[in-house]
Design a protein around this ligand. Structure first.
Ligand code: MLT
Ligand code: ZN
Length: 446
């Protein structure tokens, strides 16, 4: 089918205004946040309903046209941008949040609902959503499901897999599976929701999700803690875990903190530099401050906040890392997890490995041993990435903690998955997408 004819087939489904082919209009969909991944799309299609998504996918299946599903385009592994003139299927218009069910403590949200919009909708009903992270204003429910997003509160509420009670998704042939009843008990066969969470757009296009909610906790206490080393941060975590209210334990290192201060204009938080910093937050129905202070009684220094403005200021030291690094250059971003006991030695090892080969900034989610490795001015990015990921595998870690595999790490998936596991994944892929039209090259290398 000629391009123009195919584009007119898509336009017949979603309307002319929602099929973009003009480079002036498609640019924002063709490159990701890292500026390392992307390429021209054949067209960007913006369906306005799950039915339109199904019709677009069916039209692509009939014409043999590959599809890249895209949410808020906040991904960091090249999993949501075109590489080879695919159709970009933007889910952003599926932006409605249905009525919050206070009894089941669940809500159904469209794939294009941003995390911030979801938070606003459920918090007005005194409920909250467990997953939270810095890109909340742009990241969407569909993308969060597709990547099994994690973020800052995983230690309390788990990743998206724990927070998703069901999904509706369009499969590669345009058929729809819908599991939105949110039943806590449903033993009727394979867990298709579990399969679609983390599928990275390779098995189906998520259109809606049934999400588990948690009580909105009104009382919060936040502390930025200064420590001599990352090893002492891990020791502190062991004590913090005694707090029932613990919600967040994020680590930073001096180089990243200085970069954030230069980028944001925030003052250095402490008079002298320390070896490591942990941002801790507790939340409860009554103030968790005293309990938090008792655990922090012997740390070298700490800034404590209870009101929203001060908390936001402490959060900025952590959450501005990504934009500060991006402003400093195009970074190779490797999101990895290692067993907690191995974390301090792993980071020391990494510093030796990278010295003289790149400028490195590390930060992350302490409780999951989740390290965000950011490499600027790397002399040979691919070789250095492989060396880092091999060190991760050597200590029993994962080459992708929360960002997904995407196109960026597909060639190294064998470092984290056995041949039998890879064969099972390929069998599932070819059963559900026999023509390989959904997100080709992502997760499973071509
Ligand atoms: C974060 O934790 O801030 C995100 O995963 C983003 C990043 O790694 O840059
Ligand atoms: Zn993260």
């Amino acid at each position: 089918m000629e391009r123009d004819l195919f584009v007119s087939v898509l336009a017949a489904v979603v309307g002319d205004a929602h099929v973009l082919t003009d480079p002036g209009m498609t640019g924002g969909y063709e490159t990701d946040f890292t500026r390392r991944f992307g390429g021209p799309a054949r067209a960007v299609v913006r369906p306005g309903s799950p039915e339109e998504v199904a019709a677009v996918v069916a039209a692509c299946a009939e014409a043999g046209v590959p599809i890249v599903p895209q949410g808020g385009n906040t991904g960091l592994v090249g999993g949501g941008v075109p590489r080879n003139r695919e159709v970009v299927l933007s889910l952003r218009r599926l932006a409605s949040v249905e009525r919050v069910d206070p009894v089941a403590q669940q809500v159904t949200a469209g794939a294009g609902v941003t995390l911030a919009a979801l938070q606003r909708a459920v918090r007005s009903e005194r409920l909250d959503f467990g997953v939270d992270f810095a890109a909340r204003d742009a990241a969407t429910v569909g993308g969060m499901i597709a990547t099994n997003a994690g973020g800052e509160r995983v230690l309390r509420y788990g990743t998206m897999r724990a927070c998703a009670a069901g999904v509706e998704a369009v499969l590669a042939d345009g058929s729809v599976i819908s599991q939105l009843a949110g039943l806590p008990k449903d033993n009727t066969g394979y867990d298709l929701t579990g399969l679609l969470v983390g599928n990275e757009g390779t098995l189906g296009v998520v259109t809606r999700a049934r999400l588990r909610l948690v009580p909105l906790l009104p009382a919060r206490a936040t502390a930025l803690v200064a420590l001599p080393s990352l090893a002492s941060a891990v020791e502190l975590l062991a004590s913090l875990r005694s707090l029932r209210s613990l919600e967040m334990a994020e680590f930073m290192l001096p180089a990243g903190l200085s970069l954030v201060c230069r980028h944001t204009g925030l003052p250095a938080p402490f008079a002298a530099p320390y070896g490591a910093y942990v941002l801790v937050e507790c939340a409860d129905s009554t103030s968790p401050l005293d309990a938090l202070l008792s655990v922090l009684s012997s740390v070298p220094d700490a800034l404590v906040a209870v009101d929203a403005a001060d908390r936001q200021r402490l959060w900025t030291y952590r959450e501005a890392h990504t934009e500060a690094i991006s402003a400093a250059g195009v970074a190779v971003k490797l999101d990895v997890a290692v067993p907690l006991g191995a974390l301090p030695a792993f980071v020391e090892d990494l510093e030796g490995l990278v010295a003289g080969r790149a400028v490195m900034y590390l930060f992350g989610h302490l409780a999951e041993g989740n390290v965000h490795v950011n490499l600027l001015a790397a002399e040979s990015p691919s070789e250095l990435s492989e060396a880092v990921l091999r060190r991760v595998a050597a200590v029993g870690g994962s080459i992708s903690a929360e960002h997904g595999v995407g196109a960026a790490k597909a060639r190294w998936l064998g470092l984290s998955r056995s041949p039998a596991s890879l064969a099972a994944m390929r069998a599932i892929k070819s059963a559900l997408d026999p023509s390989g039209l959904l997100n080709p090259g992502v997760l499973l290398a071509d």
